[in-house]
Design a protein around this ligand. Sequence first.
Ligand SMILES: [Zn+2]
Ligand SMILES: [Zn+2]
Ligand SMILES: [Zn+2]
Ligand SMILES: [Zn+2]
Ligand SMILES: [Zn+2]
Ligand SMILES: [Zn+2]
Ligand SMILES: [Zn+2]
Length: 291
Amino acid sequence: MVEYNKFGASAAARRVSDVTTEDLDLTDKEHCILCFNDMKYFALGKCNHKNVCHTCILRLRFIMKDMKCPICKTVSEEVLIAESESLNYEQFQKGEFKKKLLTDNEDAKIYYENAKVKAAGEYLRQLQCLVYKCNPSHQFSSQEALKSHLERDHQKTFCKICLKGRLVFIKEQRLYNINFLRAHIDHGDPGNEKQAEILPHPWCDFCEEYFFNDQQFYDHLSRQHLTCHLCPPNQYKNVYYSSYPSLENHFSKSHHLCPYENCKLKCYVAFRTSDELGAHVDIEHKASVRV
Ligand SMILES: [Zn+2]
Ligand SMILES: [Zn+2]
Ligand SMILES: [Zn+2]
Ligand SMILES: [Zn+2]
Ligand SMILES: [Zn+2]
Ligand SMILES: [Zn+2]
Ligand SMILES: [Zn+2]
């Protein structure tokens, strides 16, 4: 049994799920509503919202597999990345206009207004060295090749937990000096005006594994581990058991576990009081004997 209750506040970065239409300034077309960066190219879907930048929309599509507009949640199969502010979805869908557009090499449902915009869209997925001025024209063939270059030539590395759990392009992942990676894992990274804070990575004692953030950790706990339905929820909300045998052990120590073999096989047949167990035994296990 392990109690997990020392969770910090969630990261300062605005998550897509936190955005509600009421607190957004949709008249500001100069900044992306999700990342607050200057809007170079915007994404255009069915709903005609033009408040999300190409980086954010492509991150949603490629990394999170999310086709919804982050503002109104309208699903758009096709999306246009554009720079001309006067464009709208109806124009984009016109046969003649659409024919002239370029599509993404990986996803033919992503259209680009012109070659410059397409280059910006594809750049996000290219594997260049992340160290400033290090051979910017060279593209690595794989993430592994990029990693070995970073370790060998710069003594820098990615955090494996962030790579798995922080849903951004490789280009947006952070680099750590090999000697400071441990400090990042244990203490997280402070935020600044450019980067959101990263909290210390939560650790599952049962699986001996780190998770990127509280949300992913709680998902894991609720899917892989168990809680007791008999303990008062306000007091034991964050108490988890690795698997059923350890929860059963807890039932027999702290509650009233039905000792009959067929109930043990069913699992979870345990009661708060000995009276409740007595009533259960009378109905389930004694009745057939009496008949
Ligand atoms: Zn953005
Ligand atoms: Zn929308
Ligand atoms: Zn390099
Ligand atoms: Zn990390
Ligand atoms: Zn676990
Ligand atoms: Zn309990
Ligand atoms: Zn029973």
